[in-house]
Design a protein around this ligand. Structure first.
Ligand code: GCW
Length: 674
């Protein structure tokens, strides 16, 4: 059924690649008068950030309201938009409307850019500019995207086509580079790591003459949108380039080589923010190779980039990936904490430790990493993954912002007040300025950037949340829906509901109660219950004919003690442990009764059946939007949902059959199990 009124206001194919910046016509909501005349004072129009902000405003209001704004530099106007310099927190802005004047005040250029994007958001949502009184400031000093793009054009864990940064060993720069910067800046991203943390082959050469010009050009484009460029570094670069045959951080020749290298790099790429380093992890070289500490490695580099204002972001994803599955004492969940807590306070002040949200690896449900709240004297950054590696690979819908909210809201009890993860990474708990959030990015060369149209909500949502951690996941979802699809009520409500339910649904048909991992090895899509059970990766569910789960209590691996009280006791005690994490912390019999009164096994059966039913309902809900959303998007999502349904059934049937065969206990409701 077509809705002709809506149709001409919907983004068409060409505009679709602009995602939430599609700027299709909107209802006026009395907003036109505020953007017809614009005065700017205290900022130079020649500044690249200001120039880009102005161009974005023109583009946005041109598309949405058919207005061509007139710029009056340093002139007084009595109606319209007045942009002026004033006191606001860094990268923050104030928007105040009075008597037909909208005043945007900021203390720096980025504040102006973000303020303009705020105005455009308001217009896109058909909300009035009249009466605005907002003071916005970033919750996190650093808000970064990490790309796992390789220089051959592939993307590690990429689900939306080839890289748009690299192809065949070359750096790409085209219109998409700028669109990327616009999209990122529009949600407040201020740092980008261009290349994969697994730095191999040509990528090692990014810090050489071969690539300086192009990297510097990208850095400049990004800088025009208030974004600092970072690179991932190969810790063994001296050995692979022209340096000494060692990467020992305490070896004078190695240090000397890096000193010269950093001088050369920062001279050639003036805007460079610093480096992200994955060391001693999954086969990557690092300081452990030389009997040195992680701090030795990070500090050596940090000291050398310091003169240039650079920072070293050092990942904590360090664990033994050659475990023997027979060994029940070694617990991969413990590794991050065990490897890093001992040196808390020893990291220099321009080192940031980057910590994945959970102690394992981006599963659909994990407890919060105990390093967050464990470290109290070290700069920290939270790493999340919007690339849906374990969460449906942008085939299955999985809106991750509710999960990130849970992480941010988690009380670590690291202090009496300001003890949540949001407080820690926002710098409030321990007074840090170098901290924030990073997301492993979900973009690629596909026209729609994220493969699944609705997966763009994760990109949008991550940025919005990183800028303002007080926003609700639902608010962000609705905002994204209106920006992307226009303000049709039914569309907004349906899309928001689909997004909000999606994580729970995915969890239901995949792995139960926090156990994770029952996934196809390597590709990480689709079920394979024992796929990782007898391998070296330390990711076991320990199911036998009586029960399943990993005992991480005092009687087991002792992992629970990495948390402050009362979290440690809560997780340790099976009665108090949050049920969604039950099997992460406890090994339990299939007959164990949950609070619902159901047995553990019955819960597994029920949730897997429910998960599939929910996907069927999602399909019907989406079908209700035919003719209301652009056809191109309708078809994209419809096709993905079909594949999701297939995947969900596969998970349901394999997981249920597996546990039926292990336990010999049938489904109380007598449904079909194979
Ligand atoms: O989960 C694992 C991924 C690897 C990734 C690694 C990491 C970049 O499967 O592909 O490597 O995490 O975070 O370093």
């Amino acid at each position: 059924m077509k809705n002709p009124v809506q149709e001409n206001r919907m983004p068409q194919d060409a505009a679709w690649s602009q995602l939430w910046l599609c700027y299709t016509p909107r209802q006026d909501a009395d907003n036109r008068a505020y953007v017809e005349q614009v005065s700017v004072s205290g900022f130079a129009m020649t500044d690249p950030v200001i120039r880009n902000a102005w161009q974005e405003l023109q583009r946005g209001v041109g598309g949405m309201l058919d207005v061509r704004p007139v710029l009056r530099e340093d002139a007084a106007i009595d109606r319209g938009l007045s942009v002026r310099r004033g006191e606001t927190p860094a990268e923050g802005y104030a928007l105040m409307e009075k008597n037909g004047m909208l005043t945007l005040t900021a203390s720096d250029e980025k504040g102006v850019l973000y303020g303009i994007f705020h105005i455009l958001r308001q217009i896109a949502q058909e909300k009035p500019l009249q009466g605005m009184r907002e003071l916005c400031q970033p919750s996190n000093p650093l808000r970064m995207l990490n790309h796992w793009d390789n220089m051959d054009g592939s993307i590690e864990r990429g689900y939306a086509g080839a890289s748009f940064f690299f192809r065949d060993g070359e750096i790409l720069i085209d219109g998409r580079t700028q669109d990327y910067a616009r999209l990122a800046a529009s949600v407040g991203i201020n740092g980008v790591v261009l290349n994969n943390v697994n730095v191999k082959e040509q990528a090692t050469w990014l810090i050489t003459e071969r690539y300086f010009d192009r990297v510097a050009r990208i850095a400049e484009i990004l800088a025009g949108y208030g974004i600092r460029l970072f690179l991932s570094l190969n810790y063994a670069a001296p050995m692979e380039l022209d340096g000494p045959d060692s990467a020992d951080p305490l070896c004078p020749e190695v240090v000397g080589w890096w000193r010269d290298k950093m001088a050369e790099v920062f001279r050639s790429i003036p805007n460079l923010g610093g480096f992200l380093v994955k060391a001693d992890s999954e086969g990557r070289p690092g300081p452990f190779t030389y009997g040195r500490t992680q701090a030795d490695g990070a500090n050596m580099l940090a000291d050398l980039v310091k003169p240039y204002g650079g920072v070293i972001i050092w990942r904590c994803f360090v664990y033994n990936c050659k475990q023997d599955w027979r060994d029940r004492k070694t617990d991969r969940a413990r590794a991050g904490y065990d490897n890093f807590i001992g040196m808390d306070g020893a990291y220099h002040d321009n080192v940031i430790l980057q910590i994945k949200n959970g102690p394992m690896d981006f599963q659909i449900r994990e407890p919060v990493s105990p390093l967050l709240g464990g470290l109290t004297r070290t700069n920290q950054m939270l790493e999340v993954q919007i690339a849906q590696e374990y969460t449906g690979q942008q085939i299955d819908l999985c809106y991750l912002i509710p999960m990130f909210k849970e992480t941010l809201d988690f009380k670590t009890y690291c202090g009496a007040a300001q003890d949540t993860v949001a407080d820690i990474v926002g710098g409030r708990s321990f007074g840090s300025r170098l901290c924030g959030m990073a997301a492993v990015c979900n973009t690629g060369g596909d026209a729609n950037w994220t493969g699944h149209d609705l997966a763009a909500a994760n990109l949008y949502g991550f940025g919005r949340l990183a800028y303002d951690t007080s926003l609700a996941a639902e608010e962000i979802a609705a905002e994204w829906a209106r920006m992307t699809y226009g303000c049709d009520r039914k569309t907004t409500d349906t899309v928001t509901a689909l997004l909000m339910g999606s994580r729970g649904t995915y969890e239901k048909y995949t792995s139960p109660l926090g156990i994770g991992w029952m996934v196809e090895p390597n590709t990480h899509y689709g079920p394979n219950v024992d796929g990782y059970e007898y391998s070296r990766w330390g990711t076991y569910h320990r199911a036998d004919h009586l029960g399943l789960g990993v005992d991480r209590t005092d009687a087991g691996t002792g992992y629970v003690r990495q948390y402050h009280e009362p979290n440690a006791s809560r997780y340790n005690n099976v009665q108090e442990c949050p049920e969604e994490l039950l099997l992460f912390f406890h090994h339990l019999p299939y007959t164990y009764r949950l609070r619902s009164g159901k047995t553990l096994l019955q819960h597994i059966y029920d949730s897997h059946f429910e998960g599939v039913e929910e996907v069927e309902r999602m399909i019907r809900a989406w079908e209700g939007l035919e003719g209301r959303v652009p056809d191109i998007s309708y078809r994209n999502v419809r096709e993905r949902l079909e594949r999701q349904l297939h995947n969900a059934k596969e998970w349901r049937d394999q997981v249920n059959s597996y546990f039926y065969r292990k336990s010999g206990i049938g489904d109380e409701k007598g449904r079909e199990i194979f």
